[in-house]
Design a protein around this ligand. Sequence first.
Ligand SMILES: [Zn+2]
Length: 377
Amino acid sequence: MNSGKMPERGNRQPQDRRPPIRRARRRSFVGPVIAAVLLTTLVIVAIVVLFALIIGRPGKPLGNDTGTVPPPGEETDYQTLAPETTGIPETSFETEPSTAPEPVTEPAPVAITGYKVVTLDKSELFSGDLILVNSQYAYDFPEKKNTINVFNNKNKAYKLSSSQIELEPRTLEALNAMMLDFSNESGKSDVLVKNGYRSYEEQKQLFDARAASYGEENAKKYLAQPGHSEHHTGMCFDLGIYPDDGRVYDLDGLSGYADWFVKNCGKYGFILRYPENKAAITGITSDKWHFRYVGQVHAETMNELGLCLEEYLEELRKYPYNGDHLLVTTSSGKKYEIYYQYASDTGSTEVYVPENLPYTISGDNALGFVVTVSISG
Ligand SMILES: [Zn+2]
């Protein structure tokens, strides 16, 4: 049907144009005088046009205006076209995203839709970001050492007191990141990492040497007993300052160092493990240079709540799986849900974990497990 109609429409158009042609034929009856006038005007017009061309040539290079101009829409020279297009609103697309403030898009937290059970062996109580090693809880040394050499894996933003220092890999990664940022912000690269992982034997030598010189009571006051030093974990280190004058300073021995680390360490997953105001709980009097890795979410939460590790674990035990969970947001805007599961006496423990969201489990080296669920959408 349609194909039949189309040609019909096409045939009508020439018929419609016939009347003007007919009118033109009628004009041919006008006298020769008018024809002569038309001819002369044509000649005059031709002369005028010729003149215009001859005069116009020097001022207008023909090649520029005619042959080489690209068809509209085809941009052949981005450099020269760019300034011309500055007034066109479309160019503002390029600048709008950078000038507008970063949109703070905090996605709504994702709800845990269901739980499944994982069964944890008793040995898993002794590992994870949140293990507590103090005078009460000894470190459970794993069969295979989980530390690596710092000297071979560090950046140039800091110094080492020994090329033999070792740290647990994630701790070292976080240390590198923190030191790089400190160095970039302060222009300094003379912070010294003095101690990292320490074996049972090394701690024993330190302790025995001190006890021999100052007595056992003195040694107990200033040093952890072998097996009870947090340095066994490889997840902590001591910082000093080693500037060009060749002397070694404590981290708070020169201005412009200690405050930065206390203020910023949480972002990298570190806590100042033995703050002065927690000495009664930690049992260690103010180590202003000893930092411990616990992961960003827990470090920032501890700093915000003003709790040391002993207190923080005690606090988390108030958030069981089947009760309220602790909801926290990190400085990078990530949201987490945290809850606690006491370890079973039977040897293995059933822990409820979300079916639909990523999570980590850390033993606390004491009474149970901390489940940390990432609930960022
Ligand atoms: Zn230390």
